[in-house]
Design a protein around this ligand. Structure first.
Ligand code: CA
Length: 524
């Protein structure tokens, strides 16, 4: 008999691995020691992982985005593979970064929000790379485990900053942490991190020692600050707000009450960050800020070419989570709608797979660690929840997930977004709000990509909704997610509403939850 899922998680956290090793549980415990295993005959490639903060899946010019201009990212897609359905397990900075670095679901790595200490014993995949004798480097935003910027396990070279960092030095003497030393930040952070990464590439001798670079940009996180050379570039560009933004009865038909309530909150279009921010101009600044990231991609590619290692280096470009700019009346991320959980993902390595491809499979941030390890000639550690997606790019047959599990755990800091569990299949998405008296949701992503028609209360879709709910909990059980991680509150709570926008009133209950007559005739 498998141990209970709850027991798995506790034991995994406690690293009492031997107790679990003999069980038939689906969840393999995280090992306490690092033992990389080589793939026989594999030639290790260098890898540059470029992580961009809050870059949403569609903000790239090759996808026809109305604002973004990303010629270098477009070129990566032309010469590589565009992974169209790349999703994150939790749409929030620290949990997503932890999934990238561990290959684990949020309920297993337990970095459930942006404030908490990282559980002791957490193993980052670059530790395997280092152990295998490769050179490893980290440049940029770490942002796991609170505000610290000290070097973390797994990296020979380290350049980072506290918390979110700063686009420009906020005061004289503001410093980065460079290999444990305080070094002043000189200028615009996207360019400066790229300088450090380019210098590192120049110093490498990959024929002797393959390298892994994790370039983790601060951009394009709020408050969006473009490089001076891009400021104001898109101010007058035409832009149409998303159809689901307007506060109309049609847009909120069969939608949850929390969603309507969130409009008038820190993360809603009626009171964004408790300000009178213009969301359209905000989106334009975001795209201007992205321009320097695109320049950074161009510089990395040029440096790899100059060094003669371009074709033997895997570049993997991705976002850590999406971002809403008015969809469903929201800003920000956290929720399970497509602009929040989808991220851009492109990879290129001419000597490993042909370019110009698009992949439809659902790939996740969980899959990054196994993919990088395979590109570097190492076997995926069996405790990881993700799988390498290199075979998808190489046309090799490989079993792949049909459904993707999404989790978000309520934070008191931003109380307007509830705990969310979602199951995203190739066609349908089911979303449920655990612990909340409200409507759940079901969308046909093919017929309704904007997620505007909730099908859950349509009798024709009842069976689909029920089957997906069952599948969601079956996956949670199988993967070790049947406990909700709890943390005591830390920091403030952005819980205000604007009185002039019906501030004291909550939204109406969704119609399917309201009846006109008593429904129970047997109560006595
Ligand atoms: Ca983020």
């Amino acid at each position: 008999m498998p141990l209970s899922a709850g027991l798995h998680t506790r034991l995994v956290l406690g690293l009492h691995c031997t107790l679990l090793a003999a069980s038939a549980a689906a969840v393999v415990p995280v090992p306490a020691t690092i033992t990389p295993e080589r793939i026989p005959g594999a030639k290790p490639r260098n890898v540059v992982l470029i992580l961009v903060d809050d870059h949403r899946y569609d903000a790239m010019s090759f996808l026809g985005h109305p604002l973004a201009e990303t010629p270098h990212i477009d070129s990566l897609a032309r010469n590589g593979v565009h992974i169209k359905n790349a999703l994150v397990t939790t749409s929030l900075c620290s949990p997503s970064r932890a999934s990238i670095l561990t290959g684990l679901y949020t309920f297993r790595h337990r970095v459930i929000d942006n404030n908490r200490a990282i559980p002791p014993g957490t193993v980052y995949f670059p530790q395997y790379l280092q152990q295998a004798g490769y050179a490893t480097a980290f440049f940029g935003k770490w942002h796991m485990g609170g505000e610290g910027d000290q070097p973390q396990p797994g990296f020979d070279r380290w350049v980072s900053f506290r918390g979110q960092g700063e686009y420009l030095p906020p005061k004289p003497g503001y410093t980065l942490n460079v290999d444990g030393r305080r070094v002043p930040q000189k200028g615009y952070i996207t360019d400066e991190l790229t300088d450090y990464a380019v210098d590192f590439i120049r110093q490498q001798d990959p024929a002797k020692k393959p390298f892994f670079i994790y370039l983790s940009h601060k951009a394009v996180h709020a408050n969006f600050t473009p490089a001076a050379r891009h400021a104001g570039k898109f101010v007058d560009k035409p832009y149409r707000r998303p159809a689901s933004e307007a506060d109309t009865p049609e847009n909120y038909h069969l939608k949850p009450r929390w969603l309507h309530d969130q409009r008038n909150s820190w993360h809603g279009v009626d009171f964004p960050y408790h300000s009178d921010l213009d969301v359209e101009q905000y989106y334009k600044r975001y795209c201007e800020t992205l321009c320097a990231v695109d320049d950074s991609v161009g510089r990395i590619v040029a440096e790899l070419k100059a060094k003669g290692i371009h074709d033997d280096t895997l570049i993997l470009y991705m976002g850590d989570n999406g971002f809403m700019f008015g969809e469903h009346g929201l800003i920000d991320k956290r929720v399970a709608y497509e602009p929040s959980i989808r991220v851009p993902m492109i990879m290129q390595c001419p000597s490993l797979f042909p370019g110009g491809q698009a992949i439809e499979h659902v790939v996740a941030n969980l899959d990054v660690a196994p993919t990088v390890m395979e590109a570097m000639g190492l076997v995926r550690p069996p405790h990881m929840d993700g799988q390498s997606f290199l075979p998808l790019a190489q046309g090799r047959p490989v079993p792949w997930r049909e459904n993707f599990l999404y989790v978000y755990y309520w934070e008191k800091n931003f109380p307007q977004s509830p705990t969310v569990f979602a199951l995203r299949g190739e066609r349908y998405k089911y979303i449920t709000y655990y612990g909340l008296w409200d409507a759940d949701e079901l969308y046909d992503l093919q017929a309704d990509p904007g997620e505007q028609k909730n099908l859950l209360y349509d009798p024709a879709h009842r069976a689909t909704g029920q089957a997906m709910e069952q599948k969601l909990y079956a996956m949670m059980d199988e993967l070790g997610g049947m406990e909700i991680p709890l943390n005591p509150p830390l920091g403030g709570s952005q819980n205000k509403r604007l009185r002039s926008r019906e501030g004291a009133r909550g939204a109406d209950f969704p119609a399917p939850l309201v009846v006109d007559e008593p429904t129970n005739s047997s109560a006595r």
